[in-house]
Design a protein around this ligand. Structure first.
Ligand SMILES: [Zn+2]
Length: 370
C-alpha cells in the first residue's frame, strides 16, 4: 500500500540546489518531488533546524523557531511567521500520515529569520494531536448541575513564574476561560448544566474564599486549574498530573438517604448521621478520583509529555470543598520549552478542550448526560 502511494507522488531522492545553511544541511536527508515541486518532511525540518517545540491541531501545524511561531495548514499554501502572512507558494501536503513542506519557499522564509542566541536550552516536546468534536445532546438532569472552574492564583499572587517571565496566574486564567467557553458551547442543549468561575479576571482570591464560593454556588464539581513548577529540576521537569482529595473535612449535602437495614433500630441519631456522612465523604472522594483519572487519560491522549498520574493529596481547596473536586497541573512552567508552549494560544486551546472533554466523559460515565 505504501509503495503504491509513494509511486503516485513520484517519490524521488533529490539533490539540493539551494545555498542557505538550512538547504545545505538538507542534503543529508531525503527530499521528494511531489508534482513539480520538491518537498521535505516536517520531521526532517524539525531535525535540521533543531526545533523541539512544535505541534499539530487537526490540520494546523505550528513550530517554534528562533523565538518565532511558524504556522501553516495542511492543504494550504498560507503560512505565517508570528501572525505575519508570508506564503509558501505551494500547499503543505500530508501523505501516509507524514507532513511535507515545499523546500524552496520554506527555505526562503527560514533565511529571513535571524537566529537569536538565547534561549538555547534543553527543550522537550509538548505537541498536540488531532481532536474530535464531542456533541452533547441530552441529559438526565432534573436540577441544575454546577461546574465551578477555579483558575489558581491571581492578583498579587502570581503563582509560579517561568524563566522568561510567563506567570502561572495568567496561564491558569486563560486556560480556564477557554475551558469555560468550550463547555458552554458543548452544553448549549443542556441549560441545566451551568459553568461558573471563581475568578474571570486577574483578581486575588484566598483559598478560603475559593472554598466559600464553591459552597455558596453549591457546585457539583470544583475544578482547579494550575501550572506546575519544580524547585530542583527547573529546566527539565515535565508532565501533567491531577490531584484528588485524600480526605474531605466536611460534606455540605447528603444526596439521597435511603433506609439502611444494617443500621440497628436503637442506633442513636448522631451515629446514623455519622455513617451517612462517611459514606458520602467516601463517595465524593471516589468520584473525585474517577474524574482525576479521566483527566489524566484524556491529557495523555493529546499531549506528548509524561503522564505523572492521578494522585491523592490534602490540598486546602480539595479538602475543604464538600463536593467532587480535582486540581490539574497542566505542565511545568519552569521548563523553558513548556513555558514557550504554554504561551501559545493554540496549545492553551488544545489543553482546555482536552480538559473539557474529560469533564464530558466523566459526566457521561456517571450517566449525568447521555
Ligand atoms: Zn499553582
Amino acid at each position: 500500500m505504501r509503495l503504491v502511494k509513494i509511486a503516485v507522488v513520484l517519490f524521488f531522492l533529490a539533490g539540493s540546489v539551494f545555498s542557505s545553511e538550512f538547504a545545505a544541511q538538507l542534503k543529508n536527508y531525503p527530499s521528494y518531488w511531489i508534482g513539480k515541486q520538491k518537498y521535505v518532511s516536517l520531521q526532517t525540518i524539525i531535525k535540521v533546524l533543531g526545533i523541539q517545540s512544535w505541534g499539530r491541531i487537526e490540520d494546523r501545524i505550528f513550530l517554534e523557531y528562533q523565538g518565532k511561531i511558524l504556522k501553516g495548514s495542511i492543504g494550504s499554501s498560507d503560512f505565517y511567521v508570528d501572525d505575519k502572512k508570508v506564503g509558501l507558494d505551494f500547499p503543505i501536503k500530508e501523505i501516509e500520515k507524514e507532513i511535507f513542506l515545499p523546500v524552496e519557499p520554506f527555505d526562503r522564509i527560514i533565511s529571513t529569520i535571524t537566529p537569536v542566541s538565547p534561549p538555547q536550552v534543553p527543550k522537550q516536546t509538548l505537541a498536540v494531536e488531532q481532536a474530535s468534536k464531542p456533541a452533547v445532546q441530552e441529559s438526565n438532569l432534573d436540577r441544575e448541575f454546577i461546574i465551578l472552574i477555579d483558575p489558581g492564583h491571581g492578583g498579587k499572587d502570581n503563582g509560579a513564574i517561568g524563566n522568561y517571565g510567563l506567570k502561572e496566574k495568567d496561564v491558569n486564567l486563560d486556560i480556564s476561560l477557554r475551558l469555560k467557553n468550550y463547555l458552554v458551547s458543548q452544553f448549549k442543549k443542556i441549560p441545566n448544566i451551568r459553568v461558573k468561575m471563581t475568578r474571570e479576571d486577574d483578581t486575588f482570591l484566598s483559598l478560603d474564599e475559593r472554598v466559600e464560593l464553591a459552597k455558596k454556588e453549591k457546585a457539583d464539581i470544583f475544578f482547579c486549574v494550575h501550572t506546575n513548577s519544580s524547585k530542583f529540576n527547573r529546566w527539565n521537569a515535565d508532565g501533567f498530573e491531577t490531584y484528588y482529595p485524600s480526605r474531605k473535612s466536611e460534606i455540605s449535602f447528603v444526596s439521597k438517604v435511603e433506609t439502611d437495614e444494617s443500621i440497628e433500630p436503637d442506633t442513636n441519631l448522631e451515629t446514623v448521621f455519622q455513617i451517612v456522612s462517611d459514606l458520602n465523604t467516601t463517595s465524593v472522594i471516589e468520584e473525585s478520583r474517577i474524574l482525576a483519572e479521566i483527566v489524566q487519560e484524556k491529557l495523555a491522549e493529546r499531549l506528548i509529555c509524561p503522564d505523572r498520574g492521578a494522585k491523592a493529596a490534602s490540598f486546602y481547596v480539595l479538602r475543604y470543598t464538600p463536593m467532587t473536586s480535582v486540581l490539574v497541573e497542566v505542565g511545568f512552567i519552569c521548563n523553558p520549552n513548556i513555558e514557550a508552549n504554554l504561551r501559545d494560544p493554540e496549545v492553551r486551546q488544545a489543553i482546555s478542550e482536552t480538559l473539557g472533554k474529560a469533564i464530558i466523559q466523566y459526566l457521561k460515565s456517571r450517566q449525568i448526560i447521555g
